[in-house]
Design a protein around this ligand. Structure first.
Ligand SMILES: *Cc1c(COP(=O)(O)O)cnc(C)c1O
Length: 387
């Protein structure tokens, strides 16, 4: 081994010693509440397929039909010849769904966040990020070269103080529903602070769209925030919508700026048209089928009251993301493995995804879970946490 690779091998051993080593599991079935993994059937409590759309028959059918019509590959980037009727129609439907002037598809949420922040800001500007923001938002801020200010989680006062001293254009960036904690960002207050300081507000609602709001419009629908209050809305399609990709929604000027400037939009292949058609089918169901949101709410309430009775440390979350904080990474992995042996799939989330000393079991629910399965989970948690 060359010295450089010997060093890498050392680093890997170090990661393992801290119980922070990551490895992949190979699934052998479609996404769903019942997941087959390494030949075993497990009850799945860690997927982001909150609404059960990833394997919905209508969504699968739309995908197949569109593959017959469009083929598989999109052939090029959107700006060359990869932007199909299917992409275009989906963008219009997403704009209507979110109540914004326009929407623009990106191939992934990670790329959308990198592209937006680096298109809006440069070295003379300042970006303000919640300490618990998703990695892609933090990376977008760093890529932009703007001055980078992190504020304490959901701390409006801290943010306000920081804004007073800022130079250049100002962009406040936040998760809508925090991906590892499940709590809601204080968007009303954030939009007021943004207005008072002449700053833009960007919300990444990857975990709210489809799930929260009377019509699934996410946190912005829930709080009734319009385009002039939240200038940039970003959403992903691989979570509540069960497909793949992401979008940014906002004003005409925002979207045209992204088309001209976002390098993660310009220099990458458009996602397959069949994925866009599958997403159109999913979007229709997500809007129409309120029972999915109602069911999630019921399941979440049942879990929280059961967990509190058991004395489990749940967080202040009213979303289907219900983490149980363990603290120690080794212990979190042990409990996750114990649950796996008992037939439950719940991943242990460790630093650096979450802050030091706050390793957790990230429990998530799907509208396809049944109440009885929540009770089974509570039983299994009670057993695995005491041994
Ligand atoms: C998953 C996620 C992303 C990334 O989206 P992908 O489409 O998976 O790349 C961005 N932001 C948040 C908050 C997320 O949870």
């Amino acid at each position: 081994m060359t010295p450089a690779f010997a060093q890498l091998a050392d680093n890997l051993e170090n990661i393992a010693r801290q119980n922070l080593y990551r490895s992949r599991r190979v699934t052998e079935s479609p996404q769903g509440v019942n997941l087959q993994l390494d030949g075993r059937k497990l009850l799945n409590f860690c997927s982001n397929d909150y609404l059960g759309m990833a394997n919905h028959p209508d969504v699968v059918k739309a995908f197949k039909t569109a593959a017959n019509q469009y083929g598989v590959g999109s052939g090029s980037a959107h700006l060359i010849c990869g932007h199909s009727f299917a992409h275009h129609a989906l963008e219009e439907e997403l704009a209507a769904f979110t109540g914004r002037d326009r929407a623009l598809l990106f191939s992934t949420g990670y790329m959308a966040n990198m592209g937006v922040i680096s298109s809006l800001l440069g070295r003379a500007d300042t970006v303000f990020e919640d300490r618990l923001n998703h990695a892609s938002l933090l990376d977008g801020g760093l890529l932009s070269g703007a001055r980078f200010k992190r504020y304490a989680h959901a701390d409006i006062d801290h943010l306000g103080t920081s804004l007073q001293k800022a130079a250049g254009n100002k962009l406040i960036v936040t998760d809508g529903i925090f991906s590892m904690d499940g709590d809601f960002a204080p968007l009303k207050e954030l939009s007021l602070v943004a207005k008072n300081h002449n700053a833009w507000l960007m919300v990444d609602d990857a975990h709210g769209l489809g799930i929260i709001g009377a019509h699934g419009g996410g946190l912005l629908e829930y709080y009734g925030l319009k385009q002039d209050e939240v200038a940039v809305l970003m959403g992903t399609l691989g979570k509540g919508f069960g497909t793949f990709g992401a979008f940014v929604a906002g004003s005409e000027v925002l979207i045209e700026t992204l088309i001209q400037k976002a390098r993660t939009y310009i220099y990458t292949t458009a996602l397959p048209a069949a994925i866009a058609e599958a997403t159109r089918a999913s979007l229709k169901l997500v809007i129409a089928e309120n029972w999915r949101r109602d069911k999630l709410e019921k399941l979440t309430a049942r879990f929280r009251s059961g967990a509190q009775q058991l004395g489990l440390q749940v967080m202040a979350s009213s979303s289907p993301i219900q983490p149980i904080v363990i603290g120690d990474s080794k212990r979190a992995v042990e409990i996750s493995n114990g649950l796996l042996n008992a037939g439950f799939l719940i991943s242990a989330i460790r630093p650096p995804t979450v802050p030091q000393g706050s390793a957790r079991l990230r429990v998530t629910f799907s509208a396809m879970h049944e109440e009885q399965q929540i009770d089974q989970l509570l039983d299994a948690l009670a057993k695995s946490m005491t041994c």
